[in-house]
Ligand binder design. Structure first.
Ligand SMILES: [Zn+2]
Length: 279
């Protein structure tokens, strides 16, 4: 855990996009949908509530039975980024203080989107029973929020139904989180990504595809590890963490990408469930 004076510790609990893909071919890098835990001094941040958030909750409870206070930042409400919330045990404990923050959008209130996921007959337990959730707040693109000693900045990304990226700053360190995002066809880095990731210590980037696969998925709202690499180098990022892998990507595919990126300049990692990095 980072001490309260400086730095951050980042732990990956879910690294897959679209749908969980458990099984023998994904067991090494992990099969859960997106969730990242960030410890920044006394503050706990959770980025996205994919199925990986269940692992975060279990891990937390194994280490402590104390009430928890945390902020959960949601990039958007596509299933794979919220589907772990109804199974997030910490959210049911009324002693806890969970503050959910997500994108402000035209026509779709964040709270409505979260409640609708849990409506009968599609789910038996209503959102209102998540008694550990004390607030749901919308954040507009470009807004910043202070939590403890940390500052969180937001920016809209390029994604169907809109996605929002975040930059968490604490103790002179910065983490940029850019899932889900499509780089598009221009040679310009998207202004949202540029605003969030400039000189970041770590950029978590949407590496759903390879450049070779991308033409078949144009317009689906995701990017490639090669675009992540170019973006990270151009923006002076210290560590690039590739994540958001397409469901068809298996461990041996990620092994091959790992070999390739480790031979390239700069530090690039394959985000791996259960692994932590101190910034
Ligand atoms: Zn999405």
């Amino acid at each position: 855990m980072a001490d309260s004076a400086s730095g951050m510790t980042v732990t990956f609990w879910g690294v897959r996009g679209s749908t969980p893909v458990p099984g023998p071919n994904t067991v090494r890098y992990g099969g859960n949908t997106p969730c990242v835990e960030v410890r920044a001094g006394d503050s706990i941040f959770v980025l996205d509530a994919g199925t990986g958030i269940q692992s975060f909750g279990r891990d937390f409870r194994e280490k402590s039975d104390e009430p928890v206070k945390l902020h959960l930042f949601l990039t958007h409400t596509h299933w794979d980024h919220i589907q772990g919330l109804p199974f997030f045990q910490l959210a049911y404990d009324p002693r806890n203080e969970i503050h959910i923050v997500g994108p402000k959008r035209q026509g779709s209130a964040l709270l409505d989107c979260l409640e609708r996921q849990m409506l009968p007959p599609n789910f038996p337990v209503p959102f209102a029973l998540l008694q550990g959730v004390k607030s749901v707040t919308e954040m507009a693109s470009g807004d910043s929020m202070q939590v403890g000693d940390a500052t969180i900045h937001s920016a809209a990304l390029n994604h169907p139904n809109e996605s929002m990226g975040f930059r968490v700053e604490h103790g002179g360190r910065a983490l940029a989180y850019c899932l889900d995002h499509e780089h598009g066809d221009t040679n310009q880095i998207h202004p949202g990504v540029a605003a969030l990731a400039q000189n970041a210590d770590m950029l978590v980037f949407d590496a759903a595809y390879t450049d070779e696969e991308y033409p078949s998925f144009r317009g689906w709202g995701h990017s490639t590890w090669q675009e992540g690499y170019k973006t990270a180098r151009e923006l002076g990022v210290r560590i690039l963490a590739l994540a958001g892998f397409n469901p068809g990507v298996v461990d041996s595919d990620l092994d091959a990408i790992k070999v390739e990126v480790e031979a390239m300049a700069g530090r690039t990692i394959i985000a791996t469930e259960g692994s932590s990095i101190e910034l």
